[in-house]
Design a protein. Structure first.
Length: 395
């Protein structure tokens, strides 16, 4: 009998999904199969109701009373592109200035670099410390009169280090800028209450901590951001079809074209699951698995852990390098010999790896537990890496 699969790549996409997610997708595909907002027959109306419920379920996770402010997108990259181009291409006056950081994913880095290369914007990239921690005060000091956007990850996808946002939110609220938060590594993994933390634009994938299918994402648009954010994709919405201009109302302003309805049904079911389980409970579960990893790996010879020295202030990510091994070799061996599945490489975050000094050695090995990861999974993983350290020492 083959070994059971130990999945520690939840930072890339979550697995397994809650049973409710599979059931919701199958229910739509087998019994409905209609577009949302495009027709009036019974199955189309049921499809539209399902999308409304899914939007409501997601909104409740973030403490949002106006579910129309949740825009469904293709993924987190799509959400970030809509936010960046929608804010900056519509900015009037001086060449817009953007504040971002070295911890960002290429979903933020590349759109900004593209606009910067075209001379359309100026960018300040705030440095971090050796653990991947950003200074709130350094970010606030970088904000200028001409700053139009502050774009930051809520947590590094390499080190898992969480960025405290309270001081940054206050500074941005006092400026002409909008705050875009990339919550790819925190949404669904820990509580984010947008009533207490008034972020202007929050981007998140549906397929990671939110436990939905691939091909889904969300963008929260605050009242403060709504008028400043231009749509970068126009097309059919099923509403105001007599006009050849994109509607200004939410969410239609940003949802041109047919929605990924099976994905949204699954995302809505996942959001309901998370709400019932409680995000605080999910966060505690993942924190325990991360602490277990750090404790087990810290004393192994040749293993270097990157990021905070403890599980505090860290999302569900542990990155390591193993002396004598290329990161891709470690990942390949773990899967081939133990069925332990992890991510190796640069994780689409080149500036973070330059800061860590890991870019020339091929990045790191990233282990990311999820809400269904059990203590025995972590024990087996630590034991497998311990075996590799003995091979490294012998060589």
């Amino acid at each position: 009998m083959s070994r059971p699969r130990i999945y520690l790549d939840n930072a890339a996409t979550s697995w397994p999904k809650p049973p409710e997610v599979y059931a919701a997708v199958e229910q739509y595909m087998r019994n409905l199969g209609a577009p949302a907002g495009r027709s009036g027959y019974a199955e189309a109306a049921e499809t539209e109701r399902g999308v409304v419920v899914a939007r409501l379920n997601v909104a409740h996770l973030f403490g949002i009373d106006a579910p129309q402010r949740i825009v469904f997108t293709l993924n987190c990259t799509d959400s970030i592109n809509q936010a960046i181009y929608g804010v900056l291409l519509g900015a009037a006056g001086d060449v817009p200035h953007v504040v971002t950081s070295v911890i960002e994913h290429n979903s933020v880095l590349r759109p900004l670099r593209s606009l910067e290369d075209a001379g359309a914007i100026r960018v300040t990239r705030v440095d971090c410390d050796a653990q991947g921690q950003l200074s709130q005060s350094a970010v606030c000091r970088a904000i200028r009169r001409e700053t139009r956007l502050v774009a930051l990850s809520h947590a590094s996808n390499v080190t898992g280090t969480i960025t405290p946002l309270e001081e940054i939110v206050a500074a941005v609220q006092d400026s002409h800028a909008l705050l875009l938060v990339d919550a790819a590594q925190t949404a669904g993994h820990r509580p984010i209450d947008l009533r207490k933390l008034p972020i202007d634009l929050l981007a998140a994938p549906g397929h990671k901590g939110l436990l939905g299918p691939l091909g889904t994402g969300i963008l929260y648009v605050s009242p403060r951001a709504q008028e400043k954010l231009h749509s970068v994709r126009q097309g059919g919405t099923g509403t105001h079809s007599e006009e050849d201009r994109q509607p200004d109302s939410l969410p239609d302003k940003f949802e041109a074209g047919s929605l990924n309805v099976p994905g949204i049904f699954g995302l809505g079911a996942a959001a309901a699951f998370l709400r019932n389980r409680g995000l605080a409970a999910v966060a505690a579960h993942i924190d325990q698995r991360v602490a277990q990893l750090i404790t087990g790996l810290s004393d192994l010879p040749g293993v270097r852990l990157h990021g905070p020295s403890s599980g505090e202030g860290r999302a569900g990510i542990v990155s390591l390098t193993l002396e004598g091994f290329d990161p891709h070799e470690v990942a390949t061996v773990l899967d081939a010999t133990h069925r332990i599945q992890v991510r190796s490489g640069l994780h689409c975050a080149p500036l973070m790896h330059r800061k860590l000094g890991t870019i020339d050695q091929g990045g790191t090995v990233r282990l990311s537990p999820g809400p269904f990861t059990m203590p025995a999974d972590i024990e087996a993983t630590v034991a497998a890496i311990a075996e590799l350290t003995t091979v490294s020492l012998k060589s």
